[in-house]
Each structure stands twice: as structure tokens, then as C-alpha cells.
Design a protein around this ligand. Structure first.
Ligand code: ADP
Length: 261
């Protein structure tokens, strides 16, 4: 099988996110060094690499939660200026409000979280239903499993109907079976919403399972090593020859078993 690699960062009309020469240092640590990449509209893009290669820093910069020292990030060709409702974020450690119910947490993601009009109520019900939590609207986070908490996080991020969904190792804390189910559900939601997804993971298998395209990063300093299109249908069979070839290609690029880092 020919594995296509794509080093191009030239903006085209389908480009949703443009990352141009972004650098970010923390003291002497160069978390990102001249990183350029792009994500097409409607694309499911995974960023994979070992711990400390700058994945979270890059995602936070796209979210507008962190200011790079140099370079720029554009959405639809316009430089971002801080966080915006066009970009929803799902955090690794759920980041739910423990004193709010499922309904309350999801409602918080709405443009007008305090609004209790019928439309907002219907939107919350729709989101709870979308992530498979109907019947749990009145439960508190401490009553939920890790997978259920992350479903709440996804529903909350989707609440304002963002065009871009940013996900930072969202399934890192759930067991393997739950993760498989969440992968299928996430791909289902993505196919319904058509959002542009940027999904950070250190797990190569997870990246090849989900992505249209994988951005492979390396550490010290954080750089883009390779951008690889995953030309496989879905759902993907992890034991298939082509799947294994993609995983091996990324692992070779990194030169170390990322999953163990
Ligand atoms: P990854 O998500 O790939 O694990 P990060 O983006 O979290 O990597 O971190 C990249 C590098 O920047 C690491 O060396 C990390 O220790 C450092 N770093 C990240 N955030 C901070 C911070 N707030 N203060 C100091 N160093 C940081």
C-alpha cells in the first residue's frame, strides 16, 4: 500500500484552520518551534506524538486559551483573537462542575447558560440524547463513570454548535472497551454534525482509528515531523494489514514506542 504523506501547509479554499510558524517557549523549554500545519473544513485531524511534544500547547493555542510567542493561527483565514464560540473544547480530565447535574453542565456550554427558555431546554435534551445520556439528566458527575463524564464534556462542547471541536486526549482515562465505544459514537456524531475536529492523543492506534489525517509531532523542541493522510474506510479494523502499516509508518517516524512514553 502506498502511504501518502502531505507536507503542504499552503492555504486553500477548504482550509479551516491554518497554523503558521507558531512558537511557544516556557523558560528554556521550547514547547513549539516554528510549527506550521493546516486542517481542512470538516476534516477529522489527529495530532499524535510523545508526552511533552507540545500537543496540548498547540491545541490550547488553537482554542485561544494560550498566546504563542510567535506565528499566527487563523480560522477561515482570520487570525483568532482569544477563545470563541466557534471552537468547542473537550478536556482530558472532564473539567465538569461537580455541583451541577448533567443537564446543568451541558446547559453551561450554551451561548446563554442562564436562559431557561423552551428552546434552550430542548437543545440541552437534544445534546444529552446525542451523547447517549438520556435518563441521566439529573445525575451529578460523581455518580457517573469516566466514559459518561466525558460524554457530558462532549455534549457541553457541542452546545453552542461550534464549527470546530478541539479534543485533548479525551479518552485517556477510560478503559479500552469504553474507549472503543466512544470512538464509534464520536465518529457518528462527527458524521452528523460535519464539524472540523482536532483530536490530540499520544496513542498511535487511536489516531489511525479516528483520523482522516494525522499530524505527527516530535519533542524537544516540539515540531511537526510528518502529516499523513489515512486512506481507510470506516469503521476500521485494527488488525488489517493497511491499519498495521499506518501504525508502523508513524512509529518509525517517531523512532520510539509513543504509547509507552
Ligand atoms: P504534550 O501535550 O505533547 O504532552 P505539552 O504541550 O503539555 O505537551 O507540553 C510541552 C512542553 O511544554 C513540555 O515540556 C511541558 O513540560 C512544557 N509546558 C507546558 N505547559 C507549561 C507551563 N504552563 N509551564 C511550564 N512548562 C510547560
Amino acid at each position: 500500500m502506498a502511504l501518502r504523506s502531505d507536507q503542504s501547509t499552503t492555504r486553500d479554499s477548504r482550509e479551516k484552520i491554518t497554523i503558521r510558524n507558531v512558537s511557544r517557549s516556557y523558560g528554556s523549554t521550547r514547547a513549539l518551534a516554528d510549527v506550521s500545519a493546516s486542517v481542512a473544513a470538516g476534516e477529522f485531524c489527529c495530532i499524535v506524538g510523545p508526552s511533552g511534544c507540545g500537543k496540548t500547547t498547540l491545541l490550547r493555542a488553537i482554542a485561544g486559551l494560550d498566546d504563542p510567542d510567535g506565528g499566527s493561527i487563523l480560522v477561515d483565514g482570520d487570525p483568532i483573537a482569544g477563545p470563541g464560540l466557534d471552537r468547542g473544547m473537550v478536556f482530558q480530565e472532564y473539567a465538569l462542575f461537580p455541583w451541577r447535574t448533567v443537564r446543568g453542565n451541558v446547559r453551561f456550554g450554551l451561548d446563554r447558560p442562564a436562559c431557561d427558555c423552551p428552546d434552550c431546554g430542548a437543545r440541552v435534551r437534544e445534546l444529552v440524547d446525542l451523547v447517549g445520556l438520556d435518563g441521566f439528566e439529573d445525575a451529578y458527575p460523581k455518580e457517573l463513570s469516566g466514559g459518561m463524564k466525558q460524554r457530558v464534556g462532549i455534549a457541553r462542547a457541542l452546545a453552542p454548535d461550534p464549527e470546530i471541536l478541539l479534543m485533548d486526549e479525551p479518552f485517556g482515562s477510560v478503559d479500552a472497551r469504553t474507549r472503543d465505544r466512544l470512538h464509534a459514537e464520536l465518529l457518528d456524531i462527527w458524521s452528523q454534525t460535519g464539524q472540523t475536529v482536532v483530536f490530540v492523543t499520544h496513542d498511535i492506534d487511536e489516531a489511525v482509528t479516528l483520523a482522516d489525517r494525522v499530524i505527527v509531532m516530535d519533542a524537544d523542541p516540539g515540531t511537526v515531523q510528518l502529516t499523513l493522510s489515512i486512506d481507510l474506510g470506516r469503521p476500521r479494523e485494527r488488525t488489517s494489514r493497511d491499519f498495521v502499516d499506518y501504525v508502523a509508518r508513524i512509529r518509525d517516524e517517531l523512532g520510539s514506542p509513543v504509547d509507552d512514553v
